[in-house]
Structure formats: C-alpha cells, structure tokens
Design a protein around this ligand. Structure first.
Ligand SMILES: N[C@@H](CC(=O)c1ccccc1NC=O)C(=O)O
Ligand SMILES: [Zn+2]
Ligand SMILES: [Zn+2]
Length: 216
C-alpha cells in the first residue's frame, strides 16, 4: 500500500520567528516547569494574528468586512491548485499573465509558489506580491481563495493595499506565509484550519495538502 502523502505547508513557529516590521514579537515563554516542581510543563503564547502561515479575515483590510468567525470554514478547506510562479514577477508584482497557460475554469483555491524558503531567519522584506489584475483574473476563473508563500499579497511598503482591495472587491479570501518550498505544482485538497480566535482580523493556521481524492 502506498503510504499516505500529507504535505505540511505551514511554517514552523520557531523561537524569535520574524514578524512583520513593527508588529508584535512572536514568543512562547516558559510557564510551569516539571523540573521546577510543577506537575506539568506549560507555555505562554504571544503573537500577532499575522505571524507565519496565517489567514486574513476580510475585516483586516475592510472595516465592513467579516470577522474570522463569520468566514465559513469551508473557505479554507477543499480543492486547490498549486502554481509555481518563480521568476514571473514584473516590477515585484505577479501579472495576470501567470494564468495564461491555465484553463479558463480553475479550482476554488489557488496557491502561488513565489520562491520563499522553508524557514525565515529574517523578515523577507523583498518578497513578490500580487497585482490586482491577477486577483481579478483568478476570481473570474472561479478562484475564491488565493494563497502565497510570501508574507502578504501586497508589497511591504504599500499604503493602498491594491491586491487586498481586489480580494475585497471580488470576495476572495487570503492565506499568507505558506511554505510551498517542497510542493510540486498540481491539484490537491487544501486543509487549512485557522485558530478560532473570536472577533479576530486573522489567525495563524496549520495548513496541509492532501493528494486529490484523499478523504480518509
Ligand atoms: N500579513 C499582513 C501584514 C500586514 O498587513 C501588517 C501586519 C502587521 C502590521 C501592519 C501590517 N500592515 C500595515 O500596513 C497582511 O498583508 O495582511
Ligand atoms: Zn496577513
Ligand atoms: Zn494580508
């Protein structure tokens, strides 16, 4: 029997995991310690909602947008395509032309492999972002969620957040900070489960890919 193939596409949240410049530090500080006479070991977690692999709730980029608990879980779970777009950016943005060779009807979820490494030792300021035209063209072809291995769909210094705005306008959900470094292009089932943070603008998530058709 072929062993099950689960691809973990989440970033490990290592100590001192780099955060968005100016955002809150990621820390897990020691709580109780068995070695110190306590009955259990515990930790105290502090994190931005946008650390590592995470989802954006629409409220992150739209004051009238949905909070995390109002996004149905099936937005984050189901059929997806992984597309290798390394070297395809123009002026730091991925053009709609990255979809040129693809069918006019796409799976509801599209994950873009821009070439980020599996681990970040420093924040990758110079990441590749998405053009709003790409977001709109993907939505036109049936995409309802766009994911990227970069920390944002917009460039670091953007003030207008044009790709986020295109996601707002097209009702496209956003998954950021993936680790796609070991993922071949193709079709999969995405299982991405954000922490159920009530009222939140986003949340860290565990995301995996299953081969298509795998349900057990
Ligand atoms: N990954 C986030 C990053 C982000 O936008 C952000 C995070 C913390 C503090 C400020 C942020 N953006 C500011 O323009 C995002 O693009 O949704
Ligand atoms: Zn985010
Ligand atoms: Zn975002």
């Amino acid at each position: 029997m072929t062993p099950p193939v689960l691809l973990d596409i989440s970033r490990a949240l290592t100590p001192n995991h780099p955060n968005w410049p100016g955002d809150a530090d990621f820390t897990v500080t020691p709580g109780l310690r068995i070695a110190g006479g306590d009955s259990v070991n515990t930790g105290v977690l502090s994190t931005s909602t946008h650390t590592g692999t995470h989802v954006d709730a629409p409220w992150h980029y739209d004051d009238a947008g949905a909070r995390l608990e109002d996004v149905p879980l099936d937005a984050w779970v189901g059929g997806c395509a992984v597309l290798d777009v390394r070297g395809r950016a123009v002026g730091g943005l991925l053009p709609a032309a990255v979809l040129d060779a693809l069918p006019t009807s796409l799976p509801p979820r599209l994950l873009l492999h821009t070439g980020q490494p599996a681990h970040w030792t420093a924040f990758p300021r110079d990441f590749v972002a998405l053009s709003p035209a790409l977001v709109r063209e993907a939505a036109r072809r049936g995409v309802r969620l766009i994911g990227t291995d970069a920390p944002s769909v917009d460039p670091l210094e953007s003030k207008t957040l044009d790709a986020h705005a295109a996601c707002r306008d097209t009702g496209t959900f956003i998954l950021e900070g993936l680790n796609l470094s070991a993922v071949p292009e193709g079709h999969y089932t995405l299982v991405c489960l954000p922490l159920p943070l009530h009222g939140a603008d986003g949340a860290p998530a565990r995301a995996i890919l299953l081969p298509p058709g795998r349900v057990d």
